[in-house]
Design a protein around this ligand. Sequence first.
Ligand code: NAP
Length: 314
Amino acid sequence: MVRECDVLIIGAGPAGLTSALYSARAKMDTVLVDKSNPGGQIAITHEVANYPGSPNDTGPKLIEKMVDQAKQFGAEIIRDCILSVDFSGDIKIVKSQENEYHAKAVIIATGANPRKIGCPGENKLIGKGVSYCATCDADFFTDLEVFVIGGGDTAVEEGMYLTKFARKVTVVHRRDELRAAKSIQEKAFKNEKIHFMWDTVVNEIKGDGIVESIVFENRKTNEVTEYFADEEDGTFGVFPFVGYTPNSSLFEGLFEMDWGYIKTDDNMKTNIEGVYAAGDIRIKSLRQVVTATADGAIAAVQAEKYIEDKFKEE
Ligand code: NAP
């Protein structure tokens, strides 16, 4: 199928969904494509306490509302996996296995995915004790022990969430000071179920079909220790929250990038005319739902202006 449209948005997280809302509301024929269900990172976030106006919404609830709102204004949301892009002409061509999208403007909102620790055993034990989503998997660790790896906002907040299920949560951080915001740290230090292992990295996660032990190394003393699951438990959880990797491999060589994040100006314009980037995929100082939605709105308004100028003769 060839689907022609005014604005094609790639990625249905908060940035993409907001672009879709603004673009469709401006009467642009708008298509939003994502290889998974809408939501991006926020779909696996338990609590979104800092998005103004919805203090009690879970991530999935907030996404559901954003999807409904974008659809109400006529945006079409399609589940499809984009394999290649050709942004060289006035009409941008984006291809998946079976479909082709021809758009006057494209907004890239592909976001970022959780980064892995990169130690032996990690990949093999995903879903068998290793998890990157506390909201999805906390329940499996009810009354068990859990190790959270990382010292940023995500590690500490998700660690606190995990205390609602796990018997004990140990935050393992490679330095002796957390990166997380002070307000988040204060809450964590008061939580009796949270413990900290400082200056420590994970060398290996071991297990035969399920996590059974984890090998730590103290970076100051170089002491290596192996922690084994309690005999009665038989296993424990490992939740790495060590940052994110941008989903930009599709666009390598096309844009100015920094560590895989796409460079834009304040109007979300990339170095290619008619192509915009919004949300976590951009180089920016704060990656939050509120900044992603703001980016999405700006990108859509700019795309609309661009289309009206560029294609007004037709
Ligand atoms: P982050 O801020 O980049 O923190 C990553 C953490 O993982 C750091 O503590 C880092 O250690 C550690 N780390 C990185 N690679 C590691 C490795 N290979 N082994 C062990 N540890 C490693 O990532 P984030 O916490 O996911 O946060 C991402 C962004 O989202 C931030 O801007 C954050 O403020 C925001 N966020 C905000 C909230 C909120 O406001 N409620 C909630 C979640 C996220 P070092 O400290 O030594 O570098």
